[in-house]
Design a protein around this ligand. Structure first.
Ligand code: FFO
Ligand code: ATP
Length: 191
């Protein structure tokens, strides 16, 4: 199956999860994430503002603020399919300018560069055990991760994990997968 079909099929599956099942999975994902030493030692954390079928990132943002961490969120540049991350502080206003996504207002936030970020929580729809992912198809994260050397994780339901997905030369695997059942370290599969 090609990437588009895999993506569409998984979106349908995720839509079928009941509200209570979704909340139960999310609760476990957050518990595993916050228990990681990587989480505890990361000061600047990049995350998206989730929507619809995505795992709710609000509790992650709130917890990071509570622990005194800096949260940064992406702004897309549709022309070049690039992203820039800006700080997101409690009470900051966001704007919906692109694709219904809630994004930072550049004039009101501080820009953060690749090497300042300790941890990126990478969004995605389908993953494999090597950490390869299929997102919404913009290629935004693949472009960003080319120049990023620090930690990456993705939060996923085990149903989002396939044996193998078609990887292209530009695809960059996520370094750690967090499922409701525990942590998967893809590096052990990349050898
Ligand atoms: N919540 C959230 N925010 C996020 C992401 C995400 O996955 N989740 N992204 C993760 O990357 C980035 C946005 N990704 C996007 C990916 C595709 C399109 C988009 O325009 N898709 C069009 C096709 C565009 C084209 O053909 O060039 C479409 O689907 O119709 C928009 C944003 C940054 N912010
Ligand atoms: N590093 C890169 N340089 C140039 N083009 C790229 C790069 N990475 C991805 N692309 C282009 O972006 C397009 C979308 O890539 P892909 O289908 O892998 O997106 P995705 O990972 O699903 O989306 P996203 O990262 O936004 O969640 C591809 O057609 C590819 O040509």
């Amino acid at each position: 199956m090609n990437k588009v079909d895999l993506r569409d099929k998984m979106i349908e599956k995720l839509k079928q999860l009941s509200f209570s099942k979704k909340k139960e999975i999310e609760r476990l994902l957050y518990t595993h994430l916050f228990a990681l030493e990587l989480w505890q030692t990361s000061n600047i954390i990049a995350v998206t503002i989730s929507q619809s079928i995505e795992w709710d990132t609000t509790p992650i943002i709130t917890q990071a603020w509570k622990e005194g961490k800096t949260v940064v969120i992406p702004k897309c540049i549709p022309k070049t399919k690039e992203m820039i991350f800006y700080t997101y502080k409690e009470g900051d206003q966001l704007q919906q300018t692109y694709f219904q996504l809630w994004e930072p207002i550049p004039e009101k936030a501080a820009l953060v560069t690749h090497d300042q970020i300790d941890l990126i929580i990478v969004p995605g729809i389908v993953f494999d055990k090597k950490g390869y992912r299929i997102g919404f198809g913009g290629g935004y994260y693949d472009r960003y991760l080319v120049n990023y050397k620090n930690a990456t994780v993705a939060l996923i339901h085990t149903k989002q994990l396939l044996k193998q997905i078609p990887a292209e030369y530009y695809d960059i695997p996520v370094k750690q997968l967090i499922t409701e059942k525990g942590i998967i370290n893809p590096t052990s599969f990349n050898a």
